[in-house]
Design a protein around this ligand. Structure first.
Ligand code: ADP
Ligand code: MG
Length: 552
């Protein structure tokens, strides 16, 4: 049989309902898509004017207006951007999945700034039909002698295109809201939707509510309020770190996360190579247990919000922080909250992780005191990071601090060096300051030192250090009788043996464990007359069995 080749065809009346219903997971996406298009329309005009292909009046203030009319059940999006001719409507609007943004970039390949154009797939506009029964476009192109045009579609596969009457350059898109979208006919809902996606968009966005009663002062006089944009057109993270003040960082944190506790410190990421990435990561101050930390990393693509906590892009341990990351190079798919899974995304994630490791290591080296003050709050993140990410560990391995019995913060090397003539490569630790208070006193009496490792993450952390640092072992303060605590002269071997046997008999009886092994050492201590210790190994084994629900 010979091979037959051809083009597949699509029946628009069948595919259209699918696009409307399934393409986007969230209804509220329409606001993002229409405002993105308005923003693109302005960006394109500005870029054309820079290429001398369009003229803009000097006094032009570019802005995007959203008007809500609850009575008429409409939401209107308008811009004073590039506008469309009827030919362009046919090309860009009528052809579903033909992107005018891509077309623009292709046409002005070398001259336009790709990062600022948001559109990509040629499908965003159709998200308006998720909430609207009829959509109407009134537009006037920037081109000389352009005729205004009106386009109308009721969500079927037919459209109407006619001569319009718009007199100023730009586009106005009116959605006649359907039952599916009626929740957006509410000022609060609409405002929060716009703020969710568009808080950092590059042109001012204003929301007006038709027929809204103006606010009045106590005497009943109307208060004339300056309209305020819903967004910040240059969010702090787009600025260069050298231009930002501590106050601005704190303010940005407060307004972005509505968190009124001050962050501990922050890391400002800013790079153009090998990919574009900007953002600020904040380390929160912990005043509660680790488990209750709720991180939030907001991901943006050219100042448009994509989603929170995308685990492909943000390394897992950093999801416990609060921050914003903007990466215009993200390989997003149509619905944008989904990323095309590829090596590039992993590279971004590795880069973020590396940057954070470098920054904290730098802080340790240049400002050890500040670093120490932060340590209690940031150590869970850094330990978690080390556990999760080998490369991260390699960068930070020598900056892990340990708080000792004198409340000093020492590194592993510092601790081991100080203890070198007493015990080699052994790190004594306290896992519960109250419960082990007697042992702490005993250690202090004998001029021995231990470190506090009492956090939930510490047992995993210690195992990791043991596996990475040859010879180093962690021993709980009550697990071994240190040789410095043993009184060598008071008992001879014979006496020791006898006493051990007696004690062993007693313990076997009391505990009902036949194979109990005991060792007896006389102790020199004024504060304790006797102590029972369980070897570090046996205790860890027991802890593990308990964890897996076995009886030890
Ligand atoms: P995309 O933005 O991915 O190109 P959309 O479906 O969102 O696709 O929009 C299709 C095209 O319609 C845009 O690329 C643009 O050419 C045109 N368009 C949409 N909205 C506007 C607008 N407000 N002003 C000018 N052109 C617009
Ligand atoms: Mg678009």
């Amino acid at each position: 049989m010979s091979i037959e080749k051809g083009n597949l065809s699509i029946h628009s009346e069948n595919i259209f309902p699918i696009i409307k219903k399934w393409l986007y997971s969230d209804h509220d996406i329409f606001a993002r898509e229409l405002i993105s298009n308005a923003s693109d329309a302005i960006t394109k005009l500005k870029q054309l004017s820079m290429m001398n292909e369009a003229t803009i009046d000097e006094n032009t203030k570019f802005q995007i207006d959203v008007v809500l009319d609850e009575q008429a059940k409409t939401i209107t999006f308008s811009d004073n951007g590039i506008g469309m001719t009827d030919e362009e409507i046919k090309k860009y609007i009528n052809q579903i999945a033909f992107s005018g943004a891509e077309d623009f970039l292709a046409q002005y390949k070398d001259k336009s700034d790709k990062e600022q154009i948001i559109g990509h797939f040629g499908l965003g506009f159709y998200s308006s039909f998720m909430v609207a029964e009829t959509v109407e476009i009134h537009t006037l192109s920037h081109q000389k002698n352009a005729e205004p045009a009106i386009w109308r579609c009721d969500g079927g596969t037919e459209f109407e295109l006619e001569k319009g009457h718009r007199q100023t350059r730009g586009t106005e898109i009116t959605l006649h809201i359907s039952d599916d979208g009626k929740e957006f006919l509410n000022e609060y809902t609409l405002r929060s939707t716009i703020q969710k996606y568009c808080s950092f968009m590059p042109y001012e966005i204003y929301l007006t509510v038709v027929g809204k009663e103006p606010s009045k002062d106590d005497e009943g006089n109307v208060i004339i309020e300056e309209p305020k944009p819903l967004n910040t057109t240059t969010p702090l993270y787009v600025k260069s770190p050298s231009e930002c003040t501590d106050e601005e960082y704190k303010e940005f944190y407060k307004s972005t996360f509505k968190d009124y506790k001050e962050p501990l410190f922050w890391i400002h990421l800013n790079m153009d190579y090998p990919f574009n990435l900007k953002g600020i990561l904040y380390f929160p101050k912990l005043n509660t247990e680790f488990d209750t930390i709720e991180g939030q990393i907001k991901l943006y693509n050219s100042q448009v919000f994509i989603a929170d906590n995308i685990k492909e892009v943000i390394p897992e341990f950093l999801l416990l922080l609060k921050g914003v990351i903007d990466c215009p190079d993200l390989p997003l798919n149509v619905s944008r909250s989904f990323l095309q899974n590829d090596g590039f995304v992993r590279k971004i994630s590795n880069y973020i992780s590396k940057k954070v490791a470098d920054k904290i290591t730098g802080l340790f080296k240049t400002e050890r005191e500040t670093f120490q003050n932060f340590w209690d709050d940031i150590s869970p993140f850094i330990k978690f990071g080390g556990l999760k990410d080998e490369k991260f560990f390699e960068t930070v391995e020598n900056i892990y601090l340990y708080k000792n019995l004198d409340d000093q913060y020492v590194t592993l090397d510092e601790y081991l060096a100080a203890a070198a003539d007493k015990h080699e490569n052994k790190v004594f630790y306290v896992s519960d300051v109250l419960q082990q208070a007697q042992y702490i006193k005993l250690f202090k009496d004998h001029d021995l030192d231990a470190v506090i490792l009492s956090h939930g993450i510490d047992s995993a952390f210690m195992s990791m250090i043991e596996s990475k640092k040859e010879g180093v072992s962690f021993v709980r303060i009550d697990a071994d009788i240190n040789e410095h605590l043993v009184e060598a002269e008071t008992m001879n071997e014979e006496e020791k043996k006898e006493a051990t046997e007696k004690l062993q008999e007693m313990f076997v009886k009391a505990l009902g464990q036949e194979n109990l092994k005991m060792k007896l050492e006389p102790m020199k201590s004024e504060s304790l007359s006797a102590m029972i210790v369980l070897s570090e190994e046996s205790r860890r084994m027991q802890d593990m069995m308990r964890m897996y629900g076995m009886n030890g």
